[in-house]
Design a binder for this molecule. Structure first.
Ligand code: FES
Length: 203
């Protein structure tokens, strides 16, 4: 595999072609915050919280580091004012719906979110859906709806076969704690999970 050399926060970094900026940064101990990234899953690029600023041939732009691949001669800055502003904006948009992000908000100096959100605590990172499909091969979770109505739902036909009873690994990958909370008997994405499980002959 060919290697390329790039510069991340002033550090010369060698990385294999095809690796992402996030992967290259992690190898040398440079921290880039993420929300929807999970190294066990295919890159997704949904939350954009891992945004960094890259410069090549004198031109700068913001890119999503968990999907943007390394290039020879690329200069990457992980915390420029533009990057921090972008991450703050993303956090503020999510905060109204995800109290679990409060620690991150404190780190970015956000005391009160400017935006109100009517959506659920789910930030649509898709880790639960992708983990269930890619790692477990169960496909018990899916996205439903569009735009502001988009949410994650359990697939009744799959859940009712009992595949979720002994697994529940989606609990661990959910960054906001939405799934563990909601499966305590509340609606989750339109399906009352406790009802679905109660109807399961495997209960
Ligand atoms: S962690 Fe990169 S887009 Fe979510």
């Amino acid at each position: 595999m060919n290697k390329v050399t790039l510069n991340i926060d002033g550090k010369e970094v060698e990385a294999e072609e095809g690796k992402t900026i996030l992967e290259a940064a992690r190898v040398v101990g440079i921290h880039i915050p993420t929300l929807c990234y999970n190294e066990k899953l295919a890159p997704y690029g949904a939350c954009r919280f891992c945004t960094v600023e890259v410069t090549k041939n004198g031109r700068s732009k913001l890119v999503v580091s968990c999907v943007y691949q390394v290039e020879d001669g690329l200069v990457v800055k992980t915390a420029t004012p533009k990057v921090i502003k972008t991450r703050k904006m993303i956090l503020e948009l999510m905060l109204g719906s995800a109290p679990a992000l409060k620690e991150l908000a404190k780190e970015y100096g956000i005391e009160k979110p400017r935006f109100k959100s009517e959506v659920t605590q789910c930030i649509l990172c898709g880790q639960c859906v992708r983990y269930c499909a890619e790692v477990k091969g169960a496909n018990a979770l899916t996205f439903v709806g569009r735009g502001v109505n988009r949410r994650v739902a359990f697939v009744n036909e799959v859940v009712s076969k009992g595949v979720c009873m002994d697994c529940r690994q989606c609990y661990g990958v959910c960054p906001t704690g939405k799934i563990p909370r909601e499966t305590d008997g509340a609606y989750f994405g339109g399906n009352l999970v406790s009802d679905v499980l109660a109807k399961s002959k495997h209960k």
